[in-house]
Design a protein around this ligand. Structure first.
Ligand code: NDP
Length: 324
């Protein structure tokens, strides 16, 4: 038997859980399909220092756990699975997980984004053997080691600083000579004596696939073309994220870069809303994701209320036509 819902939310990051809190408090008994990375990107972050209300910061996983509890408290139902397919061709929409079929009047998409990789063969072969896309998850394994962090954004510089808790040396490799990262994050990394920088440089290769572990990194300076090979124990790739929109391709309008196109949180399909990183290429913050999650739930509530009122008034008109 399919599960019948008014509101279904895909994703359990900051966007999805905030949408769930609002929808649950509007008595819409939402269902959240959590996805395999339950809690979203904040579960692989350490300290979150920019979410209002936590003057001393809060750990990412803890913040998500609290949001989950808050959504559950007001009657949100959770499915601990991935959505395998969605059919948005007509309302109500259909979603399939590995074991359930869900039929829903409204769908809120909060599937977020995933870490981008460099695309080197050695990177994928050595993933988990010295190459990582998550310093918070794997930093612990690099005690007294030499590691490299690739990227010049806030993530790269935050991870570089975080990794100095374990590693003996952390080198940030960035393809330009100026950072995308905020000044405070860049200064924090610059002021840490364990952090070094190699600028204007790209990764040509990570060695040594034959040995099954990271032993060195080969870098090329893009201005001088000079290539250098440096001993390394770990390589952390922190070059941004790509939106998780594969499920919706060909069904909903996407931007050129693959994000869901939205007007506010409205997508190209009536009854489908998108919130958080899956539709936000610019801000990509936990707090903006939460904000758009709230907006999506309110839009869902208003749509359903309007449709119910219209159906009620049609019923009344029909009854009075029959009576006369
Ligand atoms: P960004 O997109 O901001 O930065 C990605 C970095 O990786 C850029 O420096 C980019 O270079 C580089 N890059 C991209 N592709 C490649 C490639 N193929 N090879 C080499 N380098 C590459 O992503 P972040 O994950 O750093 O940050 C995302 C958002 O999260 C931002 O808004 C950030 O402010 C926020 N954030 C906030 C934190 C906090 O406040 N505590 C912590 C972490 C993130 P280039 O600059 O040349 O484009």
């Amino acid at each position: 038997m399919p599960i019948r819902k008014k509101v279904t939310i895909l994703g359990s990051g900051s966007a999805g859980l905030t949408a769930a809190i609002y929808a649950a408090r509007a008595n819409l008994e939402p269902l959240v399909i959590q996805g395999l990375q339950a809690g979203g990107q904040l579960t692989i972050t350490s300290d979150v220092e920019n979410f209002p209300g936590f003057p001393n910061g809060i750990l990412g996983p803890e913040l998500m756990e609290e949001m989950h509890k808050q959504a559950e408290r007001f009657g949100t139902q959770f499915i601990y699975d991935n959505a395998e397919s969605v059919d948005l061709s007509s309302r109500p929409f259909k979603i399939k997980t590995s074991s359930d079929e869900i039929i829903t009047d409204v769908l809120i998409i909060g599937t977020g984004a995933s870490a981008k990789l460099l695309g080197l063969e050695s990177e994928s072969k050595l993933m988990g053997h010295g190459v990582s896309a998550c310093a918070t998850c794997d930093g612990f394994f690099f005690r007294d080691k030499t590691v490299f962090v690739i990227g010049g954004g806030d993530t790269a510089l935050e991870e570089a600083t975080f990794l100095t808790r374990f590693a003996s040396s952390v080198t940030v490799v960035h393809r330009r000579d100026s950072f995308r990262a905020s000044a405070i994050m860049a200064d924090r990394a610059r002021n840490n004596e364990k952090v070094h920088f190699i600028l204007d440089s790209v990764v040509e290769d990570i060695l040594d696939v034959k040995e099954g572990q990271v032993t060195a990194i080969r870098l090329r300076n893009i201005k001088t073309n000079e290539v250098q090979e440096l001993p390394a124990d770990g390589v952390f790739v922190a070059i941004g994220h790509k939106p998780n929109t594969e499920l919706f391709q060909g069904q909903i309008e996407l931007t050129e870069t693959g994000y869901i196109k939205t007007d506010g949180v409205k997508t190209s399909i009536k009854g489908v809303y998108a919130a958080g990183d899956v539709q936000d290429e610019l801000y990509r913050q936990a707090i903006t994701a939460a904000g758009t999650g709230c907006m999506a739930a309110l839009e869902a509530q208003w749509l359903l209320e309007n449709e119910e009122a219209e159906a009620e008034s049609e019923k009344k008109t029909l009854a009075s036509t029959k009576a006369s």
